[in-house]
Ligand binder design. Structure first.
Ligand code: NAP
Length: 635
């Protein structure tokens, strides 16, 4: 409705408003009218519980009707040319608005991040005055695509090398049944590329199609060399350049390398005795055989993480029998909209009233990103430290326990096997994808044992349970700590980055930049995966903005190399480890893929997203050893 609205539009809009998320609508209404009454009783929605969208907002029907009627008027005025009363709310106004919309007090430090994400303030312009740098981006998944988009916007010459035949990284590779996001799709989208998602939690094909469309919209494929796998990347100090070699022997050079190789893409196949002797199909979830027909088959699923959570419900009604080998039980949360489609009316509202989409996303960001972070801090005085780390974590435990007990009511055997004895959030939380319903099926057996061995047609548990199977699915996770491998990355001293890190102990300033590796920038680097929830895309956007900020400085100032100062990285890693030592993921009651065998958390961010946003918002060039360019760069 960009031009003036007619009565047909109005009818359509009125219908769409019936499906609106009321808390988001209240914020839109206030922003359009500037009338503070909409942020006061009785128009304040209730607080969202858990991951609930709280669509109704807890309003009495007549109050909801008043809000809708006023919103219809305000949107009608806006479509006819009346600008929003608050086109760019101040930080104080934003905090008041988001607090009202989520029904709880949002700390003031969130305002700047929210304002930028919603586009109410322009981010600093990142355009180089004259392009003099060349960049190689390794990987064309979520982060690599983002890097290419932002490098082009900045005017920096680049090429992307991608080992697969198309974009999408993990979303290209993971085709197992049931694969999808467990972060709401409206949040798991680039901030600059909204989408009308068909469901709240998009499945793999839709997510991949989104990434493919973003690639098309930004002409990315022209700058990506597919089926090109990097084997080495070596820095030449004299030339201030990286030499990158591919597995086919091709050699490329550039001033800067940005790695976008992810953390969840090297399949972890445990060294189970007999693995190679199995006669039927045996494969990792990330390597699902194309066209595999499981109809009537006896299937073993090894592992109960996020991948298994999605596979089992997707295949349970097809297989003859599924046996799940569970080494450790998992905490499972639920979302009331997990399976719900996003109705056309809501998509229409989002497309017609972009402010509505922005406020809907802002609410999701609060509910899914940092809200839970304070509850993951260990309370040293807490009286029940084995089960939970503080009072709120204990309340979460009660909620998730109740959910599990309800879902498995009448099956005390399954309840006993499924209830974890470690604090919730200690491992990555899972969203119920029909897991408990699948476990209750007659053709599904849960064996609460790790796997001891595999025979030609059997899987044997650690306590002796043996089952005959036709197919084995390894839902056993990823080599999350071997960052950048198998690429041999060598810096100024000639030493490889993995030698410096040790086999499983990666570290980097901000997870992005490493001493001895000038002009190398990591995305999805150590300590930047989200364990407390939220969208990784937000983190990727922080990282790419930071990297482009450094490159802009280099380009505008004829800088040949930037190298993180060792003491800067040391201080960052010390603070990172200290923060983790007070958090749940170092709890001794469970294992998780976030920490290495020595107990150091390598993968996840210990801070809130808003803290990381602040840390990476602009590069502090004082953190780097800087050398002038010795020669003119050539791509
Ligand atoms: P994971 O969470 O690391 O789970 C691996 C599972 O395999 C665990 O249950 C583990 O048991 C089990 N396991 C490993 N070795 C075993 C052995 N020798 N015997 C028996 N069991 C064994 O892996 P994932 O499920 O692939 O998920 C990894 C991450 O990928 C997720 O945490 C998430 O970040 C991402 N992911 C996301 C989605 C999504 O919904 N968006 C979907 C899939 C993956 P223990 O727990 O005892 O170690």
């Amino acid at each position: 409705m960009s031009a003036s609205a007619n009565s047909a539009d109005l009818d359509r809009l009125a219908r769409a408003l019936d499906s609106a998320n009321m808390p988001s609508l209240v914020a839109v209404l206030y922003q359009l009218t500037g009338d503070h009454v909409w942020l006061e009783d009785p128009y304040l929605p209730t607080r969202s519980r858990g991951m609930d969208d709280n669509d109704a907002g807890g309003f009495a029907p007549e109050v909801a009707q008043r809000i809708r009627a006023a919103a219809l008027d305000a949107i009608f005025e806006w479509t006819n040319g009346t600008p929003p009363a608050l086109p760019s709310p101040s930080n104080d106004q934003l905090v008041e608005m988001i607090s009202a919309a989520v029904g709880e007090s949002v700390p003031p430090e969130f305002a700047s991040m929210i304002a930028e994400d919603m586009g109410f303030v322009a981010a600093d312009e990142q355009v180089v005055t004259a392009s003099s740098l060349s960049v190689i981006v390794i990987g064309a998944g979520v982060s690599g695509m983002l890097a290419a988009i932002k490098l082009r916007e900045a005017g920096i010459d680049h090429v992307v090398l991608e080992k697969n035949s198309d974009v999408g990284g993990g979303w290209y590779e993971n085709t197992y049944p049931g694969a999808g996001v467990d972060t709401p799709s409206h949040l798991y989208s680039y901030s600059f590329a909204p989408r009308s998602w068909s469901t709240h939690f998009g499945k793999r094909d839709e997510v991949w199609q989104y990434l493919s469309d973003v690639a098309a919209d930004h002409d990315l494929r022209d700058r990506i060399r597919f089926d090109t796998e990097v084997s080495t990347s070596v820095y030449d100090s004299a030339r201030q350049r990286w030499t990158v070699t591919t597995t086919s022997g091709e050699v490329l050079t550039a001033d800067v390398v940005i790695t976008a190789t992810g953390q969840l893409n090297k399949a972890k196949v445990p060294p189970i005795p007999g693995l190679d002797a199995f006669r039927g199909p045996i494969f990792h979830t990330a390597e699902w055989p194309e066209g595999l027909d499981l109809t009537g088959k006896r299937v073993a699923i090894i592992g109960t993480g996020a991948s298994a959570m999605q596979v089992l419900p997707a295949i349970a009604s097809t297989v003859g029998h599924a046996t799940v080998f569970q080494r450790s039980p998992q905490w499972v949360a639920s979302s009331d909209v997990y399976f719900a489609p996003i109705v056309d009316d809501v998509s229409y509202l989002m497309e017609t009233v972009p402010l509505y989409r922005l406020w809907y996303r802002a609410r999701l960001a609060w509910n899914f990103n940092d809200r839970v972070h304070p509850s993951l801090q260990v309370d040293p005085e807490w009286e029940n430290p084995a089960q939970s780390v503080n009072a709120i974590n204990d309340a979460h435990r009660r909620v998730f326990t109740r959910y599990l007990e309800n879902a498995l009511e009448g099956r005390p055997d399954l309840i006993e096997k499924s209830l974890p004895d470690y604090p919730p959030f200690g491992k990555r939380m899972l969203l119920d994808n029909g897991w408990f319903t699948a476990l209750r099926r007659d053709n599904v057996t849960l064996v609460a044992e790790g796997v001891a061995s595999i025979g030609p047609d059997t899987v044997r548990g650690q306590h002796g349970t043996e089952v005959e199977v036709d197919v084995v699915i390894l839902a056993t996770g990823f080599e999350t700590h071997k960052l950048l491998t198998p690429i041999d990355v060598r810096g100024r001293s000639g030493r490889s980055i993995s030698d410096g890190w040790g086999s499983e102990d990666a570290h980097a300033h901000l997870g992005i930049t490493v001493p001895d590796f000038p002009n190398l920038f990591l995305t999805c680097g150590p300590g930047t995966v989200l364990g407390h929830g939220g969208s990784y895309i937000t983190i990727a956007e922080c990282q790419v903005r930071y990297i482009v900020d450094v490159l802009k400085y280099m380009s505008d100032n004829r800088i040949g190399s930037v190298e993180c100062k060792p003491e800067v990285e040391e201080d960052y890693v010390r603070r990172h480890d200290e923060a983790h030592s007070r958090m749940i993921w170092t709890h001794p009651g469970m294992d998780n893929w976030y920490r290495n065998d020595a107990g150091r958390v390598v993968s996840t961010l210990p801070w809130r997203i808003v803290d990381y946003w602040e840390m990476t918002h602009s590069a502090d060039m004082g953190d780097f050893l800087v050398e002038e360019a010795r020669q003119a760069s050539s791509a």
